[in-house]
Design a protein around this ligand. Sequence first.
Ligand SMILES: Nc1ncnc2c1ncn2[C@@H]1O[C@H](COP(=O)(O)OP(=O)(O)OP(=O)(O)O)[C@@H](O)[C@H]1O
Ligand SMILES: [Mg+2]
Length: 271
Amino acid sequence: MPSSFTLDDATAELDHVASHADSVSVSLESVSKAFIGSNGEPVQALSDISLDVRPGEVLCVLGASGCGKSTLLRLVAGLERPDSGRITTGADVVEGASLERGFVFQDHRLVPWMTVRENVELGLHRLSGDARRHAVDAKLELVGLTRFSAAYPAQLSGGMAQRVAIARALAHQPRVLLLDEPFGALDAITRMQLQDELLRVRASERITTILVTHDIEEALYLGDRILVLSSRPGRVRTILPVSLPRPRDRADPAFGKMRTTLYEQFFQHSR
Ligand SMILES: Nc1ncnc2c1ncn2[C@@H]1O[C@H](COP(=O)(O)OP(=O)(O)OP(=O)(O)O)[C@@H](O)[C@H]1O
Ligand SMILES: [Mg+2]
């Protein structure tokens, strides 16, 4: 990320970017999912989840470990099929994986023997050479890694590698961006930098985004709304709109008040 880029810049950009024409809604209608556990018994991961994510919205998903957050994301991605219920993006029913839904995992999952550029290019073979180069250049610039395009993953810091993973997901021009604890393995400072990075991406792309996190503050800093899931089986506990103005200030008393509300919500149902 260029060090001169500030949150004010991100907000200014946000103000100038009209809502992304291709933004789509994501809807879950009474979605349930069970798995067969190690003892052969079914484990109900999610139960009767109904939810509408608005076009261009950032929805953060909070919940205790094992409550089904990753399952929810994998269902929206089409990597898993629901046992019952329906998931749609715009007018399309989700029936399998698609590059229209970009996925960023907690660990970057970059191919170690490919450069940054080659990693971002992966899967773009349908584009001509020039178009491919342009798409990769644009996304590397967006995440501030132009200078590192020839580096290998082992030569990057954890935060840089995660930025490459975000650029790779964005290179396909997805209509939905799904992030599963993307900053979970990073130290606190890098994490905050990457949160600002994501706001910057949002300012320019306006992609409908679902971000799973364990971190209440991260959800408050990034989310337009926060979905809190109850413990297993995961159900919608509450959906909280975050009415704080952007750029958000973690030291703002209103931010602190919402943090307290969320802690209460979170620990009430985590017990
Ligand atoms: N492929 C699978 N096979 C069997 N059980 C699974 C599978 N995937 C998930 N589960 C079970 O479903 C439940 C929800 O798992 P999931 O990974 O969605 O939780 P999570 O909220 O993402 O947890 P964490 O915060 O620890 O990442 C857990 O009990 C898990 O053991
Ligand atoms: Mg998970």
